[in-house]
Ligand binder design. Structure first.
Ligand code: AVJ
Length: 311
């Protein structure tokens, strides 16, 4: 099983690491929902402002010549943001099918059931799995023009070189003229950024510890989460916001048939949430076979939703 293999490989590596894509089990989904409602966690509010205030402009950019298209969303989550677009596109009688892709089967079954009720007339095909596997599936379903939503600064979950590689692979899975609407969190006051990943209520902490709990539940492990401390960092120079879990003592954890030793103060690298300069957002597009053609900002200019066309 991939989850087990990845966890063992990550915890036997030096330094230890876990993949943040595994944060999102049913519990993790719930904690992330709570996080999005935290006063400190600004990215969701910024992007919600963009989607609610600039709905028409964004949709008009995506509709382009008005031909039929597939609206694919990578990491759809609860689709709150994209619902603004879906509603507007339905009102405008645009000819499109919505294909949300998510790693969480929980999320996909929820969207498949609820969206056709809240948005009558919506054509939806939820795809549960990894981004590129599901993107290939989407291409096999229909030859129509593709518009890909990649929101919430999910791209920030990769280090910069990984993000560039990801965009190249995305481009390779698209055809010339296809579009991407990509949300990216911008560099800003470092204190604002760090606070967003170190909320007072400790939800980010729980969000990280939940992965250890998930490993306990699903992989027959015995992590004592009280022996790990959440440690978030932000480096204004590189724009890397990272979180770690620090072992509070020498300890041994059993996971299935494996045993993993932790030294006191040893860390598990859990997640990166990369922040970008405006210039970097254009550079990433140009370096990976896209042309940046539109920019939408919140009033504080903390977040960008950029429109790229596959060149
Ligand atoms: C969903 C990946 C965009 O990195 O900001 C929030 C996840 N992690 N708080 C982010 C997250 C800690 C979030 N993304």
């Amino acid at each position: 099983m991939q989850f087990y293999t990845d966890v063992i490989a990550g915890l036997q590596a030096e330094p230890k690491h876990l993949n943040s894509k595994y944060f999102y089990d049913a519990n993790g989904d719930k904690l992330f929902q709570e996080l999005m409602n935290c006063p400190e966690y600004y990215p969701t509010n910024c992007e919600l402002e963009i989607f609610s205030e600039k709905t028409a402009e964004i949709c008009d950019a995506l509709i382009a010549d008005g031909d039929a298209f597939d609206l694919i969303e990578l990491g759809a989550g609860d689709a709150t943001k994209s619902s603004y677009l879906l509603k507007y596109l339905l009102d405008k009688q645009a000819d499109f099918t919505y294909l949300p892709i998510d790693i969480s089967d929980n999320v996909i079954s929820y969207l498949n059931i609820t969206l056709p009720v809240t948005l009558p007339g919506l054509k939806i095909t939820g795809l549960n799995g990894e981004y590129f596997e599901m993107l290939k599936k989407a291409a096999a379903i229909s030859p129509r023009r593709k518009v890909v939503l990649f929101l919430g600064s999910n791209i920030g979950n990769m280090p910069l070189d990984g993000a560039i590689e990801f965009c190249r692979e995305l481009r390779n899975n698209l055809s010339a003229g296809d579009m991407v609407l990509i949300g990216m969190d911008l560099k800003k006051d470092p204190r604002v950024i760090l606070a967003a990943y170190n909320d007072k209520d400790g939800i980010t902490r729980e969000f990280n510890l939940n992965l250890l709990r998930r490993i306990n539940r699903e992989l027959h492990a015995d992590f004592d989460v009280s022996k790990f401390e959440h440690y978030p960092t932000y480096d204004p120079e590189t724009g890397a916001c990272k979180s770690y879990l620090i072992s509070l003592e020498d300890q041994q954890v059993t996971i299935g048939n494996e045993k993993v030793d932790f030294k006191k103060d040893e860390y598990i690298y859990m997640e990166i949430s990369q922040k970008f300069t405006l210039m970097q957002t254009d550079q990433i597009a140009i370096n990976t076979g896209f042309q940046p053609v539109g920019q939408f900002f919140d009033t504080k200019k903390w977040f960008i939703d950029a429109v790229w066309v596959a060149a």
